[in-house]
Design a protein around this ligand. Structure first.
Ligand SMILES: [Zn+2]
Length: 356
């Protein structure tokens, strides 16, 4: 483990395998297993300092699998149907389960995990090898239009909110999974969505623009006082998926002082969009490089999507992160650049967004 370069990860879906167990058996988190991509021992092995842990409410519709072009047929273009909206009361009760699950892990961890609420806590954790986790909601379905739930969840520890997942809600519209396709797929923020952005600014909740459509991105950019943040996505010029950012979006993110966490999902990395795990790590490096060269190394970070996506085989799981760091080193990234990409950019943007 390299403590000089702790990994702070913009997106992880491991919580769902605990509060939404696939066959009734929650996955162990404190034991090293080969299930999924993340557990505490594998995070330690990978040199993790922490990251965003997502609470997510699935659409009721049958699971379509992971977004990407069919590797069997090699047929490049695809257009998955837009998942349906979820009922707010259902979203709220499931979200409470997700939040409780995170706090239970913290309580059971004997001081190894802390759910952080300030940047001071984050720095303290990184210096003391405590895994620092940010409570993040992937989509705002659990929030009522009066924003009562937002205030309650904020008091509980919510510090990052995705305005939308890839479906509509009362605040914003997420992108359907399409390739090749522009992220301009529908209307922008609703009036309630505009209020939500302003209230997040006031409270100091990070607004995550991953999954939102392009109009919603620009509406938020025109309103928010905080740097623009996309926790897990890629570069549209390299892989033209609706989930990736156009050059114009990247430029605006850079000008705002924001950060994009590069997503490792093979379908959002590869130029052909194929769902092929046999994808080299250099495909991740390509996206990091592009952002660093276009808008600066201060604006690119990691947003793995572990436990929510198909990872390059070479990387495997959270324990494989040193392989990615080595790849970046081989490409010429020095310690200073690597510190920024692995954690410092996240620390900076959280400092600019959260209240002390
Ligand atoms: Zn996601």
């Amino acid at each position: 483990m390299n403590n000089n370069l702790p990994i702070f990860d913009g997106h992880n879906d491991a919580l769902q395998s605990i509060y939404l167990p696939k066959n009734g058996n929650p996955r162990p988190f404190f034991k090293h297993t080969d299930q999924g991509h993340t557990d505490l021992p594998r995070m330690r092995e990978g040199g993790y300092g922490g990251g965003f842990f997502a609470v997510f409410v699935p659409s009721g519709t049958p699971d379509d699998g992971f977004p990407g072009a069919d590797a069997e047929t090699g047929k490049a273009a695809y257009e998955l149907p837009l998942p349906s909206a979820v009922e707010p009361a259902h979203a709220q009760s499931l979200t409470i389960k997700g939040v409780a699950c995170l706090f239970r892990l913290e309580a059971q961890s004997k001081g190894q995990i802390k759910v952080i609420r300030t940047v001071g806590e984050l720095r303290h954790c990184l210096q003391n090898q405590v895994i620092a986790l940010v409570l993040h909601f992937e989509g705002a379905e659990a929030i009522d239009p009066e924003l009562d739930a937002l205030h309650v969840f904020y008091q509980a520890g919510l510090r990052s909110l995705g305005l939308a997942w890839s479906r509509p809600n009362r605040f914003a519209h997420g992108v359907p999974f399409r390739f090749p396709h522009s992220p301009d797929t529908g209307p922008g923020l609703s009036e309630a969505g505009r209020e939500l952005v302003k209230t997040c600014n006031r409270l100091g909740i990070l607004i995550d623009l991953a999954h939102i459509n392009e109009k919603g991105f620009w509406d938020t950019a025109g309103l928010t006082a905080a740097p623009l943040v996309v926790t897990h996505a890629g570069v549209h010029a390299l892989c033209p998926s609706t989930r990736n950012l156009t050059d114009k979006q990247l430029d605006a993110l850079g000008e705002s002082g924001g950060v994009i966490g590069i997503n490792f999902h093979v379908g959002f990395l590869r130029p052909d969009g194929l769902l092929k795990a046999d994808t080299p790590l250099s495909q991740i490096v390509r996206h990091i490089d592009y952002v660093a060269q276009r808008i600066g190394i201060e604006h690119v970070a990691l947003g793995s999507d572990f436990d929510g996506a198909i990872m390059p085989l070479e990387l495997g799981d959270a324990a494989g992160m040193p392989k990615l760091i080595q790849c970046l080193r081989d490409k010429g990234y020095d310690d200073e650049a690597l510190r920024k990409v692995t954690h410092q950019n996240w620390v900076r943007v959280l400092g600019q967004t959260w209240k002390p």
